[in-house]
Design a binder for this molecule. Structure first.
Ligand SMILES: Nc1ncnc2c1ncn2[C@@H]1O[C@H](COP(=O)(O)OP(=O)(O)OP(=O)(O)O)[C@@H](O)[C@H]1O
Ligand SMILES: [Mg+2]
Length: 362
């Protein structure tokens, strides 16, 4: 899959920008604050309808304007045109100029694997961050996932509101909510489990190829593990006093976590900085393969500012690993860090004061 062109209107620091990309490597070069991340952020928003660095779309609108537009042509078997227009708190998404009413029907058409320096902290971060990342990835693979997640969160909210509102619970009402919660929860649990199993089939091998030692795997930790609906329902009943005390649902897949291990050591507590970073890199590389296995097409790969956090050797290891039919975007402040070998067949975009100069290296 590749993005052949991108058009931005009033997105971040760009009033009006039109770029045509290489199907191989695209390097976006510029000093700090010139808008490198803004460009790859636009590609991310085009794919997922929201940004990785803010939940507020108003922030994405160029200062002193009232709307932003992102448009891109995406080539897989065919070329399709995608558009996102945000104005007056309303977001409209279109495929080939047809308005798509549900965002969940739009997402999963464009697949992106995005990798930034923040991701390198994934293992140390909170379970919530890890859940968000995995949600994002599975939503791109299967659009039912977002639908189930939306239903689950809606019922969970309803249940928590009910717990807050009463001391005298109506057991049969709660039971109905619990059953619905578990039905969607189990669907989500199974999709997460399958995804992690698929990752585990290949991640250790990739980790070793990238120079890591030992066996890397991810343990999917969930309250639902190994239980069926009846058993989970019993646990909800058993914990009802605790839930009422704390006025929220203590048990369920909204508490899931993903723990990275090398051999039998949990990397969050026992791993070095380098092992943590390398494990995340292997995870992202494994994702490329999972996307390719699912869609018979590699996703678009974005590496935002990795050069500032990783040593040259590691970066070259990554660039060699992805030296295949994968459209790649790399942002960096310093083109000198990129060896000539990697400039071959690349398009270079130099940003300065909102203007872009293009070069092509043959
Ligand atoms: N809504 C907006 N309107 C106008 N300018 C914006 C808006 N949002 C962000 N900017 C500007 O965009 C710039 C940041 O862009 P970006 O994060 O893409 O920089 P960068 O080139 O990736 O820098 P770095 O090398 O530090 O990562 C800032 O100068 C900021 O002022
Ligand atoms: Mg940046």
């Amino acid at each position: 899959m590749e993005i052949t062109s991108l058009k931005l209107i009033n997105f971040r620091n760009f009033s009006n920008l039109e770029l045509n990309f290489s199907k191989n490597r695209n390097l976006i070069i510029g000093n700090n604050g010139e808008g490198k991340t803004n460009i790859v952020e636009a590609i991310f928003v085009l794919a997922l309808t929201k940004s990785f660095r803010t939940n507020e779309d108003d922030i994405l609108i160029k200062e002193n304007n009232n709307l932003y537009k992102i448009e891109g042509n995406i080539k897989s078997s065919f070329i399709n045109n995608y558009k996102i227009i945000y104005q007056d708190k309303v977001k409209v998404v279109k495929i080939n100029n047809n308005k798509i009413n549900k965002l969940s029907d739009y997402i999963s058409n464009i697949q992106v694997v995005f990798f930034s320096i923040n991701d390198l902290k994934l293992i140390k971060d909170t379970p919530n961050t890890r859940r968000k990342l995995i949600n994002l990835e599975i939503s791109q693979l299967n659009n039912n996932y977002i639908k189930y997640l939306n239903y689950y969160n809606k019922i969970l909210k309803q249940r928590n509101t009910y717990l807050k509102s009463t001391f005298n619970i109506n057991k049969s009402y709660l039971n109905i909510l619990d059953e619905q919660l578990i039905d969607y929860g189990l669907k989500i649990f199974n999709m997460r489990k399958k995804f992690i199993n698929n990752i585990n089939d290949i991640i250790s091998n990739i980790y070793n190829k990238l120079g890591g030692k030992g066996k890397l795997f991810i343990k999917y930790k969930s309250d639902y593990d190994d239980l069926d609906k009846e058993e989970i329902l019993k646990i909800y009943n058993k914990y009802i006093d605790k839930d009422l005390n704390l006025k929220s649902t203590q048990y369920g897949i909204h508490k899931d976590d993903y723990i990275f291990y090398i051999d039998d050591k949990d990397i969050k507590n026992f791993g070095s900085e380098g092992q943590q970073k390398n494990s995340v890199i292997a995870f992202k590389m494994a994702e490329l393969e999972i996307f390719n296995d699912t869609n018979n097409d590699y996703p678009i790969l974005i590496l935002d500012d990795l050069f500032s956090e990783l040593d040259i050797k590691k970066i070259e290891c990554i660039l060699d690993y992805i030296n295949r039919d994968i459209q790649t975007f790399i942002t960096t402040t310093d083109l000198k860090k990129v060896k000539n070998k990697y400039l071959k067949n690349s398009k270079v975009f130099q940003i300065k004061n909102g203007e872009i100069r293009e070069d092509f290296y043959e």
